[in-house]
Design a protein around this ligand. Structure first.
Ligand SMILES: CC(C)(COP(=O)(O)OP(=O)(O)OC[C@H]1O[C@@H](n2cnc3c(N)ncnc32)[C@H](O)[C@@H]1OP(=O)(O)O)[C@@H](O)C(=O)NCCC(=O)NCCS
Length: 199
């Protein structure tokens, strides 16, 4: 079997939503059932400006005498990533602006950060496929050719930044925007990270 990176249209995401949410729940080690709470939000996100999604799928490697290209549109998912343009009516942007204000950021800093950015909203690789560079490949594909001057994301704080997500973001040059931030309704502290585009 070989792995392939593919782009997903909104229709592809709708069709593969159950599998994509399954990857998300397994990767984040959330309890089963979380998928159902997230489904309508993930679908709503597909309608946001600049929404782009990419996936890693697994398919039989093509042998030299095989004339058929592997069918990737139905190949099983190993990873999923998507994002869209940030906008003032989005809850995430409103939360981040509050965090910046609380941290003493001035209006020009907030405007520089929030006027035009790509939000990297979700990035997940199935646990059995982690640690092979697929997350980095997916991130690079998702961020390639964006018009926005920078990308922002949030990730749970981990002591010593000691997990694959943190190692990936640091390796790709993401720097701190806010640390130890509590989004409304979530007891966990998060970091907001960002970097200029292109990657
Ligand atoms: C974070 C996550 C997306 C990273 O994806 P990944 O495929 O596991 O990791 P990367 O693409 O960064 O791969 C790097 C690892 O692959 C190894 N690797 C092997 N071949 C590689 C290659 N060709 N290129 C790069 N790295 C390679 C590296 O040595 C590295 O191993 P290490 O982490 O043990 O040091 C994934 O681990 C994940 O889904 N985690 C759980 C969910 C999560 O935290 N999501 C982010 C929430 S904000």
């Amino acid at each position: 079997m070989a792995t392939f990176l593919i782009d997903l249209s909104p229709g592809d995401m709708q069709r593969r939503l159950g599998d994509a949410l399954g990857i998300y729940v397994d990767a984040m080690r959330y309890p089963r059932g979380t998928e159902a709470q997230r489904a309508s939000m993930w679908l709503e996100h597909t309608r946001r400006k600049g929404w782009t999604a990419v996936a890693v799928v697994e398919a039989p490697d093509r042998s030299p005498d095989d004339r058929e290209a592997p069918t990737l549109s139905t190949a099983p998912l190993l990873g999923i990533a998507y994002g869209y343009c940030g906008a003032p009516d989005q809850w995430w942007q409103q939360q981040v602006v509050q965090g910046l204000e609380r941290g003493g950021a001035g209006t020009s800093r907030i405007s520089d950060l929030m006027t035009s950015y790509f939000e990297l909203t979700e990035l997940h690789i199935h646990p059995e496929a982690q640690g092979r560079g697929l997350g980095e490949a997916l991130t690079r594909r998702l961020l390639a050719g964006r018009d926005e001057p920078h990308v922002l994301l949030s990730t749970p704080e981990i002591t010593g930044e000691a997990n694959r997500a943190w190692r990936l973001y640091r390796r790709l040059g993401f720097t701190d925007v806010i640390r130890g931030y509590h989004f409304a309704g979530d007891p966990r502290p998060f970091a907001i990270l960002g970097r200029e585009l292109p990657l």
